[in-house]
Design a protein around this ligand. Structure first.
Ligand code: C5P
Length: 238
């Protein structure tokens, strides 16, 4: 990682549903100190106009739409995301090798402005029982590892994984494969609906490259102050 990237490991999740809310949050942050994530709710509400407005404010955007469809459809969707100028976009690894490979190949046309292409392995909301019910007879950890290897082989730049499992994946997968991890909390933060949380410094020590942080920053009295504390916690690590 370059020094500039190092200073911007935090990706703030803009989890809201209107342009006004999203932009007022973005305007309370600093593009030199973080990147931002736009997910399904916000993108469905606001569409590409929001991406344009955030880019005008010089923030890098992770478009978290988790594409999962036939290879041609996913490849075309990631190309549109690249044309919009997002920094990171993602697909579901369970869409399979051909789908991921088609998406990666489609992005070869974008040289200078190629977004990072990331795969979601197993949603952290799924238990071993849930996996069994869809015919997967492996533990979530084994399935995460299997899909992470498939993602690597298929040309993905990295995976989204639980911060609690990063150290296992990092031990198996090369350093240049990005690990993007949600579920990050400082000791003073409420965990909310996150079941297993990890501190920012520990997440980086365990091998996370990018930390997705929502409520501890977005609900803070001063989001930029909370962001600075997160950055301070990880300064000098990794
Ligand atoms: O507010 P909080 O820090 O829990 O937000 C975490 C963000 O990361 C949310 O946008 C959530 O949807 C996302 N996420 C997650 N767990 C995953 C994948 C994504 O919390 N496994």
């Amino acid at each position: 990682m370059t020094e500039q990237q190092d200073r911007k490991r935090i990706i703030v999740a803009l989890d809201c549903n209107s342009m006004d809310q999203a932009l007022s949050l973005v305007d309370s942050l600093d593009p030199a100190l973080c990147r931002v994530k736009v997910g399904k709710e916000l993108f469905t509400a606001c569409g590409p106009d929001l991406i344009t407005a955030i880019k005008q404010r010089e923030f890098d955007i992770f478009l978290d739409l988790k594409f999962h469809d036939i290879p041609n459809t996913v490849a075309k969707a990631v190309a549109v995301a690249a044309e919009m100028g997002v920094w990171m976009v993602n697909v579901h690894a369970s869409g399979g090798h051909a789908m991921m490979e088609a998406a990666a190949k489609e992005l070869d046309a974008f040289t200078d402005n190629r977004p990072l292409l990331i795969a979601v392995t197993v949603l952290t909301s799924l238990s071993e029982e849930d996996l069994l019910s869809i015919g997967i007879e492996r533990s979530p950890e084994e399935q995460v590892s299997k899909l992470a290897f498939l993602a690597k082989e298929s040309g993905m730049d990295g995976v989204v994984c639980s911060a609690a499992e990063t150290h296992l994946l990092r031990a198996q997968i090369p350093d240049n494969f990005c690990l993007v991890t949600p579920g990050i909390r400082r000791p003073e933060d409420a965990s909310g609906d996150q079941k297993r949380v990890v501190g920012p410094a520990e997440a980086v020590q365990n091998g996370s490259d990018y930390l997705v942080v929502g409520r501890p920053i977005t609900q803070a009295a001063s989001p930029v102050e909370a962001l600075k504390q997160f950055n301070l916690a990880i300064a000098g690590i990794g």
